[in-house]
Design a binder for this molecule. Structure first.
Ligand code: ADE
Length: 246
């Protein structure tokens, strides 16, 4: 999968995404991440990319043209590689006004071959270019950040780990929080006893069916205690519902 991040701060995103699992996947050729500097597409000799908002108000806005040219350069590259693909490549604008990012959205976006992530900074971007290039508006939560770079990095991380091969152990992307809208069960490693706390004996039993049953119960309890809002979306069996209400 190929990520194309349009930003005024390319070093910020590249430095943050070249380590650990994501860095390894890039080196292995499973992912590519390019940061395109919008300033390279400034059309005046001062290379400025921002200006005052019409009608007044605090701060500066990113101008339409450099954003458009940076997007066109990337879109053209994608189109030339995939002549039969969509004419409008999937383009996410990171904004607190967008749909809130969640695991389901990550799974859906992980199906794309190319994803363009457009990061605003300052007070945002001239609305007209957003209307022309953006296909999805995405927020990472109900708070306001100084720019879209951290949200773009969050999305790249969450989506990349769903790309086949990125996690060495493919099952580890399957049994985890938000699978079926349940939180993940607690996990333990050696030693068997630490600070007087013992590893639950069922996990030492080697009895796989019992372990699965215990993990499912723990997931349900944990979701009930920590994220009861998720339980409404989750498909529990009649037996599990009775057990939870008892
Ligand atoms: N830009 C600023 N705040 C943001 C947020 N919460 N999500 C996505 N993009 C943003």
């Amino acid at each position: 999968m190929n990520f194309h991040i349009l930003t005024l701060f390319p070093e910020m995103v590249m430095n943050g995404l070249n380590t650990s699992i994501i860095g390894r996947a890039v080196n292995a050729g499973l992912l590519s991440i390019e940061a395109v500097n919008i300033r390279d597409y400034a059309f005046n000799k001062h290379q400025s990319v921002d200006d005052y908002p019409y009608g007044g108000g605090a701060g500066m806005l990113m101008q339409a043209e450099p954003v458009y040219l940076a997007h066109e350069a990337v879109a053209e590259k994608i189109r030339s590689r995939r002549p039969s693909g969509q004419s409008r490549p999937r383009t996410v604008y990171l904004s607190p006004q967008g749909d809130v990012f969640d695991q389901k959205m990550a799974e859906e976006l992980a199906q794309e071959e190319d994803l363009i992530l457009l990061c605003g900074h300052y007070e945002g971007i001239d609305e007209r270019v957003l209307e022309e290039v953006v296909t999805d508006y995405v927020s990472i939560g109900d708070y306001v950040l100084t720019g879209g770079e951290l949200p773009a990095m969050v999305m790249v991380d969450a989506i990349s780990r769903l790309v086949p091969g990125v996690l060495h152990n493919d099952v580890s992307a399957e049994f985890e929080s938000f699978q079926d809208n349940l939180l993940e069960y607690p996990q333990y490693s050696r030693p068997e006893e630490w600070h007087g706390k013992k590893v639950p004996s069922v996990l030492l039993s080697g009895h796989h069916a019992n372990i699965e049953k215990w993990r499912r119960e723990q997931s349900i309890i944990r979701t009930y205690e920590r994220r009861p809002d998720l339980l409404e979306k989750c498909e529990l069996t009649e037996k599990e519902k009775q057990w939870l209400n008892s």
